[in-house]
Design a protein around this ligand. Sequence first.
Ligand code: XUL
Length: 626
Amino acid sequence: MDSIPVNPWAFLKYFFPGNVATEKGVLYMGFDLSTQQLKGLVVDSTLKLVYEAKVDFDEDFKKYGIEKGVLTNPSEGEVFAPPAMWLEAVDLVLDRLRNAGLDFSKIKGLSGAGMQHGTVFWSADAESLLGHLDGRKTLVEQLESSGKGHKRGAFAHPMSPNWQDASTQKQCDEFDDHLGDAQTLAEITGSKAHHRFSGPQIMRYRTKYPTHYEQTDRISLVSSFLASVFLGKIAPIDISDVTGMNLWSVSEGAWDDDLLELAAGSTAAVPELKRKLGHVPESGGDSFGPISAYFVTRYGFPASCQIIPFTGDNPSTILALPLRPSDAMVSLGTSTTFLMSTPTWKPDPAYHFMNHPTTPGLYMFMLCYKNGGLAREQIRDQLSPTKSWDSFNAAALSTPPLSQRSPKDPMRLGLYFPRPEIVPNLPAGQWRYSYQPSTDTTTSTLTPLPSTPHPDDARNILESQFLSLRLRSTALVSPAPSPTNPTKMLPPQPRRVYLVGGGSANLALAQLCGEVLGSIEGIYKLDIGSNACALGSAYKAVWALEREQGEGFEGFIAGRWDEGGFVRRVAEGYREGVFEGYGDAVEGLRGVEERVLGEQGEEEGRGKRTGGTVIGSAGSEVEEAK
Ligand code: XUL
């Protein structure tokens, strides 16, 4: 489990790139099916982006009645979307790429990514419908149930639960208890039970819609759903995405029968659920086979175009660059995700470990927060009537670290959650504290501050978000020699931090990220188009079809990587003194979280778990670009 068969010489390619035989004239596609959009892009053999297009569900498909890509049933905490809409999006994004001038006959292979955890429930007719599509009609016309009685479509259930769904608390409690406790579940599957994870979702689906469950012939994840459409038959679930289900034993490399029993309802029902889920191939790079004839006829793909396993959106994002162990990626979107590729397997209920999508022996470490950009936007709006990022940034950069105007001042720390948070598991609210650290932590003091907006919140929210990442990722990084003085060891921190997503264009965020999280080489921004996730998928397709036998993903991509053209250093990382100062604040944040969790537990006991001051509601997708 903890050894890693990575070729130690592969990274020499960082220093001697250029001697790589790339294939001329061929192209590769990558897709990203996320909550609000389907993006498709095309790269050549040298990894250069040549075409991209997107479909925006709210803009393009109002008729589905969705808002921000989803339908909701707030009374049960349900969030879901119709896969039929995604089928329409596939045809539309391909039409848009054709209109942009793409010659599909050059596409040698394609791969893609889907938002994690969501499940699609196929009917018994799905396989045959997928295999006999007529290129003159659209996908949705041929696959969606007509609902008119006689014709059964490809779906046993018209909706797919979204990762924001929070309807499965009961099922999660049973998953956490089933093997003893949440720690044991995390040790086996990589994560404790989470509302959005597919195992608890399937369990709820079976009990809420027993007939649909029975009529479900196969279950796909969003990623394998999309792969199935391109393949013309049900595609296997991917080796990395399967670890977002709470059903897969990572050490065994197999479905966990005990957990399947819970989801399926009885021991006798396990084989049937296993059949519905299908076999999971170990390799993320072996082709599933050629593209469906539908796409050959309708768009002119070559019949030989290969379908490479589609994975989850987060695993795909870490493939957008040759990420080395100790490098971190921070995706600053509506939510925040923190991703690392690591040989270390240290599961804990507080975070996620998943199989790496391409490299056996490596894992993806992930923290997933619901409150990222939306929370920053909420503070911006509270502080600036003009809703200006410029004023927010100016306030953040002119406030001293942790609001300590003199070294003796207490630190100002806060939690700012416009939505219920996953990390830590708290309801919506804002909480502000003053923290006075001491050398003896037992005498550190935490004093509540008024929960009214304060100009220092601009800096404090950024500090809070980055401190939370530091608190939870420290165990994965080690001390490293200083690049300027190799005899001096620097404290544990990432080697590099790469920023992606809407917030990555905001230099104030980058600066604060460097101050709090550190990083030996600094903070970088990926400058390779707007979508790291779809790009990672396209790179996976290039690797799968052009690698030499046994050549690993990281070395392959490193060999074609154009450091100067693809990434930009946007902020300093480790700063002596500043980083250490934030070390005390990490402990302070831990204390704040424990305090608030404790208080919320008490509130819950009294039947009123309210959160702190709840201000505003979810806004629109943030764009913090300056
Ligand atoms: C990760 C998660 C989200 C989705 C949607 O666990 O739920 O990041 O993958 O992006």
